[in-house]
Ligand binder design. Structure first.
Ligand code: KE4
Length: 422
């Protein structure tokens, strides 16, 4: 009973026993396994139970746990450096690699989390346009920055919190809410106050209400609105970057954002984030320009070494994405077959290695309204059954599960067998 013993003691010293709310498994009403080790597609808890891991640290571990190249890069860097707070060559190598291998990044700034990336991108957009208002979408989550905690997704949606205490009205009065995949709802806001809108921030494939891919005309239409009103289009690719394709969702849709935010995969499993885009915008950032953003651990050499190892490995092995596409298709088709066979109300949305099984009677899930029709009690029963049978999933209907390079066809067959028993 080590899992319970450890978790109960954790609850004494850390609020909810965790350092990030979704990990507490509150929404599924159970104590979480305490994980001890990971290897490839597997994780093992403190009681020796092994699971096939479809959480992947909420996205970062696309190469699988204990990747030998990432580990070696970290070990080699540690021989010389942990942290200096000074320029290093390794941060240049990662920055240069991202600017050269991604399509719409002239310059990039490293930070320490996805939230830091998105809040900094918003500040930069406001500084560059000299406007205050931003548009975000109900059900999308861009981190815990005050200005975003309005009808957010992920843990805010999972916990059913309308916003969050501690966020003054002043912090959200400049945040306008539109509806995902509903271009009209965006157009209306621009017609009303377009010349005050600094930016739109959007998940080009939503992952935080569960996976809901954008309709192509939705993203294209927002690009045109931003061009018309002089606002910036920010793609939050914290989850989709290096996930739905190496070059992210923007390469899948062929829509060019002005700024892009990254995190998760780009750190190889260590804490990091970044934002980047057109030179004329990025050059507004201190010390080059007047917009101030800073960070003691930004560009940490050990983190940069891990990220550089991960991204170069992904870039040099395009067949990794073919593998993910192949087993992702296997999973989707298998789930649809079982749902039909057993009369299970499931809609499965997938984009690359990002997948969500929605427990809804609807025939499709394309909007936040569709998402809200889900039966979270049925999801909870599914979640518990899968966990008891060695399948480790995100403990929320409003999250994405992830498949990566080290997931095998056998892993997918096991998932489908356990689902069939459910
Ligand atoms: P972090 O600050 O948690 O590194 O990143 C915030 C963030 C920003 N943008 C998108 C699209 C994101 O998905 C996230 C964080 N994702 C959640 C999972 N849906 C992190 C899990 C957690 O909160 O523990």
């Amino acid at each position: 009973m080590r899992n319970v013993k450890i978790f109960e003691e954790s609850e004494k010293y850390m609020p909810g026993g965790v350092n990030s709310p979704v990990r507490a498994f509150k929404s599924v009403g159970m104590n979480p396994p305490i994980l001890k080790s990971g290897n490839g597609s597997r994780v093992v808890d403190e009681e020796g139970n092994e699971y096939i891991d479809f959480v992947a640290s909420w996205g970062p571990m696309i190469l699988g746990h204990n990747d030998e190249d990432v580990i070696k890069a970290i070990e080699d860097m540690l021989k010389n450096a942990i942290s200096f707070g000074a320029p290093t060559e390794i941060e240049l190598k990662l920055a240069k690699h991202m600017c050269e291998t991604l399509d719409n990044i002239d310059m990039i700034r490293m930070v320490n989390s996805g939230t830091e990336a998105t809040m900094s991108a918003i500040k930069l957009a406001r500084g560059y346009t000299k406007r205050d208002k931003i548009i975000k979408f109900a059900g999308c989550y861009h981190g815990h920055f005050d200005g975003f905690l309005v009808e957010a997704g992920s843990g805010v949606l999972t916990e059913g919190i309308p916003g969050s205490p501690g966020v003054p009205e002043a912090s959200v009065k400049n945040t306008l809410i539109a509806q995902y995949n509903d271009l009209e709802s965006v157009k209306m806001l621009f017609e009303k106050e377009g010349n005050e809108i600094a930016a739109i921030i959007v998940e080009p494939v939503a992952g935080n209400m569960g996976v809901v891919p954008a309709k192509p005309e939705f993203l294209k239409g927002m690009r045109e609105l931003c061009d018309k009103y002089g606002s910036l289009l920010i793609f939050d690719e914290v989850m989709t970057g290096f996930r739905v394709a190496y070059k992210g969702a923007q390469s899948v849709y062929g829509v060019k954002p002005d700024l892009t935010t990254f995190a998760k995969i780009m750190g190889g499993g260590l804490p990091t984030g970044a934002y980047g885009g057109r030179r004329e915008i990025m050059s507004q950032l201190s010390p080059m320009g007047p917009v101030y953003q800073a960070g003691t651990m930004s560009g940490n050499p050990v983190v940069m070494a891990a990220g550089y190892a991960a991204l170069t490995k992904l870039y040099e092995n395009p067949k990794y994405y073919e593998h993910i596409e192949e087993i992702g298709t296997l999973l989707k088709e298998g789930v649809e077959e079982i749902a039909k066979e057993k009369g299970l109300p499931i809609v499965i949305n997938r984009c690359g290695g990002m997948i969500t099984l929605f427990f809804t009677k609807e025939s499709k899930v394309e909007t936040y309204e569709d998402v809200k029709t889900c039966d979270t009690d049925l999801f909870t029963r599914y979640f518990k059954h899968m966990l008891e049978n060695g399948i480790y999933l995100p403990p929320s209907q409003f999250e994405a599960m992830f498949i990566g390079v080290k997931h095998s066809k056998e892993d997918i067959e096991k998932f489908l067998d356990v689902l069939r028993k459910f």
